[in-house]
Design a protein around this ligand. Structure first.
Ligand code: SF4
Ligand code: SF4
Length: 370
């Protein structure tokens, strides 16, 4: 376990000028007690590394806003992930987090579902396995494989890929959790195990290109796996390219006003802002509108960093976001992440906006127009 001095060095905490931009821009600081600046100061100045109350430590969504705003180029949330690692090592974790981590270790997914049901969503489609001469691996991801609502995104995406003639395959029940949220929850030992398992499967089938509909999986593959044997893509990048090169064409119109929400792990974490917009704008009839706070100023849905398994009391950021979307006059709130899809759909119900705004993944929107 690292001590305060090692953590201070690793995260360059002595370079912090105490400007408060991190805490000031943190979306969960506004509703809870998380004060990331104070946390870091305790470690750097007083050599103190405390595991703060659960509601504070686990409230961070790892959205990375603090890192984007820090004038000294520090990444406060990476420091917090290391504090979480200490909490995990000491067993100071919420039972729901422990259950999710245990399920990932045993079943390869955080949802408590058995491994051999991972490809049930594919029963009717019967998409081919990566071993059957496919060029691109469609890495489905846990939520898109098991959650009945998000399975529709996987099916829509498969429909788009088929229409475009993309030679793709899936891993089926051989697919494992990508580990993105495991890393964010601080369980780095389990994360390393998942990297090894996934790389074994990728290498077994000579995978060179991976496309996923989940920005969290994309982020893990691109920035945390430390590998160069395959190229990860988010589905909005793949779809934008298929449209641009004329491989994916449209036959129907979707005459709707569409507002797009930038997911933290796609936008702020990886700078992918244009492709999702290009895809929406290419849908015949669709009119793209923007949130006041979009691109790097986009507000977190509170689904990342393990927050799908920890409920923090108070008003949900997703509720504000769907209200803003409805006020803009948009009929569809388009997303590009399974967590955004689930948190926003929930928020539509709790804010009574059902029938006024519809949440759709970009792949679902596209599937309606081809
Ligand atoms: S990553 Fe996001 S939620 Fe976490 S401390 Fe930074 S700004 Fe706050
Ligand atoms: S934004 Fe950066 S420099 Fe400013 S208080 Fe936070 S960590 Fe320190």
């Amino acid at each position: 376990m690292m001590n305060a001095q090692e953590i201070t060095q690793k995260h360059k905490l002595l370079e912090c000028i105490q400007c408060g931009m991190c805490t000031g821009s943190c979306p969960v600081a506004k509703k809870g007690n998380l004060n990331i600046r104070r946390y870091m100061r305790e470690a750097a100045t007083f050599g103190k590394l405390t595991i703060h109350p659960q509601n504070e430590l686990w409230s961070c969504t790892t959205c990375s806003t603090c890192g984007v705003r820090c004038p000294k180029g520090l990444n406060p949330y990476e420091f917090l992930i290391d504090v979480r690692s200490m909490a995990v090592e000491e067993g100071q974790i919420a039972p729901t987090i422990r259950d999710a981590l245990e399920s990932i270790f045993k079943n390869g997914n955080p949802w408590g579902r058995v491994r051999n049901k991972r490809s049930e969503w594919n029963r009717e489609l019967n998409l081919k396995h990566i071993s059957q001469g496919a060029e691109t691996l469609f890495y489905v991801g846990c939520t898109s494989a098991y959650d009945p609502r998000v399975q529709s995104v996987s099916k829509s995406l498969a429909k788009c890929f088929e229409k475009a003639g993309l030679n793709f395959g899936i891993l089926g029940d051989e697919e494992n959790c990508c580990g993105s949220e495991v890393y964010g929850m601080g369980e780095k030992g389990l994360f390393d195990f998942l990297v090894e398992e996934n790389m074994k499967a990728f290498n077994k089938y000579g995978v060179k290109q991976v496309v996923t509909s989940c920005p969290h999986g994309y982020h893990a593959f691109k920035n945390r796996y430390n590998q160069s044997s395959f190229e990860p893509q988010h589905h909005t990048q793949t779809l934008a390219k298929l449209i641009e090169t004329g491989r994916l064409t449209f036959s129907k119109e979707v005459n709707k006003k569409v507002i797009y929400h930038d997911p933290c792990f796609l936008g702020k974490q990886n700078g992918i802002y244009d492709e999702p917009r290009k895809v929406i704008e290419s849908v015949p009839g669709a009119k793209l509108v923007e949130f006041d706070r979009s691109r790097s100023r986009s507000v977190c849905c509170e689904g990342g960093g393990g927050r799908m398994w920890v409920d923090i009391p108070g008003e949900r950021l997703a509720e504000n976001r769907v209200k803003e979307a409805a006020e803009s006059g948009a009929e569809i709130l388009a997303v590009a992440c399974p967590y955004c899809l689930l948190t926003f759909e929930d928020a539509v119900k709790t804010t009574g906006l059902e029938g006024k705004i519809q949440i759709m993944d970009i792949a679902e929107l596209l599937a309606q127009a081809i």
